[in-house]
Design a binder for this molecule. Structure first.
Ligand SMILES: [Zn+2]
Length: 399
């Protein structure tokens, strides 16, 4: 049994940590509860520095007792001289493409498989438009867990299958939101772990280790502003949470960084809510960038709150600007970012142009991933409709 607890974000009911989709009392979302008095006693700059060169150097601030080492985390933080000069700021890039499957999702998958082992879960399932499927398939392979990846047929499932022949990859004839609904159907039938469902309170905690590393790599001084792409809003919210936890644990001094994010204009429910000063409402997705196409962002309101309370902003970036800034990032830094990096850089350029980020500020841009290489395996994705019956038949589990 896990030493951690879960607390409902709505009714604040506290329960022992176990895989649950939502609060049993009110169906609200749940968060891991930590023992902050203990953390303040045992976690120091020295104890962190003595840890491994991976996200587990922050193990006391993570929610699993099992710690699967996949090599995720402790990615480089490098200054971009060219972009710093061009924008008149001190710009550092957090290179998440250096993780094992080339995106920050390896942090989430690593904590997900660790939590799965804590709770006796043997099959991991996730919906993915790209990076999460790679990360979960790789982390599951490293632990002997079975991985099931549901990917919209248009989001490259064959490539994920080719890179990870041990995973069961389904090409779902539908959207990402259809894949998430399919997860709920499957969850009612099998005791699987769902990375964005019953394991999400644990798995998502992996993302905040990016903030811990940024602070540690800057000598425990927090930058003036941090900027990242936003789709579901989870990364953005967890980055903000990470900085708040560092100050709470006494590892860094306030103020926390101002938090900025870029969304694709074609699917920008959080950015439009920020502009209109209202809560987030669902939109139909109309961006061409699959990894940014989340019309119903699960962490949208938390992301909004983080932008507002830190004095940041969520900025919509036009499709052609995402392409242009993805190229600019590649041309000026040598990293080959996916389109999410272009969304973040496009938003940063706009924030500087508006004067939201002052000249001379120290800014960290999270380059969430790089384009993964082509696979070499021979496996292929299994085509299914967006329903559990098709999946069960393909798995040989139908009656
Ligand atoms: Zn509740």
């Amino acid at each position: 049994m896990s030493a951690h607890s879960l607390r409902c974000r709505v009714c604040e009911d506290v329960t022992v940590a176990e895989p649950v989709e939502s609060c049993r009392r009110c169906s609200g979302p749940t968060d891991v509860l930590y023992d902050w008095a203990r953390i303040a006693r045992v976690v120091t700059h020295g104890s962190v520095a003595a840890g491994p060169p991976s996200l587990w150097r922050y193990r006391e601030l993570l929610p699993s007792d099992t710690r699967v080492e996949t090599g995720a985390g402790w990615t480089p933080l490098v200054r971009s001289d060219l972009l710093s000069d061009a924008l008149g700021i001190d710009l550092l890039l957090k290179l998440e493409g250096e993780n094992p499957t080339a995106s920050y999702k390896d942090r989430i998958a690593t904590v997900a498989v660790s939590a799965a082992l804590d709770h006796g879960v043997t099959t991991l399932c996730c919906s993915s438009t790209g990076n999460l499927g790679d990360a979960v398939a790789a982390a599951a392979a490293a632990t002997g867990l079975e991985a099931i990846v549901l990917a919209p047929a248009g989001a490259g499932p064959a490539e994920v299958a080719a890179r990870h022949p041990g995973a069961r990859v389904f090409a779902v004839d539908g959207t990402y939101d259809d894949c998430r609904r399919l997860e709920l159907e499957l969850g009612a039938l099998f005791p699987w772990g769902f990375v964005s469902g019953n394991l999400h309170p644990y798995a998502s905690e992996g993302a905040k280790t990016i903030s811990f590393e940024i602070a540690e790599q800057l000598g425990w001084e927090l930058p003036d502003a941090v900027i990242c792409p936003a789709a579901s809003g989870t990364l953005f919210s967890k980055l903000a949470q990470g900085f708040a936890e560092l100050t709470r644990a006494g590892l860094a001094a306030e103020p926390v960084p101002r938090m900025f994010a870029g969304q694709a204009l074609g699917t920008s429910p959080i950015a439009s809510a920020f502009d209109d000063d209202r809560s987030v409402s669902r939109v139909e997705s109309a961006t061409h960038f699959a990894s940014l196409a989340v019309g119903d962002p699960s962490y949208g309101d938390l992301a909004l709150g983080a932008a507002r309370t830190t004095g940041g902003a969520i900025i919509a970036v036009a499709e052609d600007q995402i392409i242009a800034h993805t190229s600019l990032l590649a041309e000026t830094t040598g990293v080959a970012p996916d389109c999410s990096g272009g969304a973040a850089l496009g938003a940063l350029v706009e924030a500087v142009r508006r004067g939201d980020i002052a000249r001379g500020s120290r800014v960290v841009l999270v380059v969430t991933g790089t384009r993964p290489s082509a696979g070499t395996g021979l496996a292929c994705a299994i085509k299914v409709g967006p329903n559990a019956t098709d999946v069960l038949t393909a798995l040989g589990l139908s009656s």
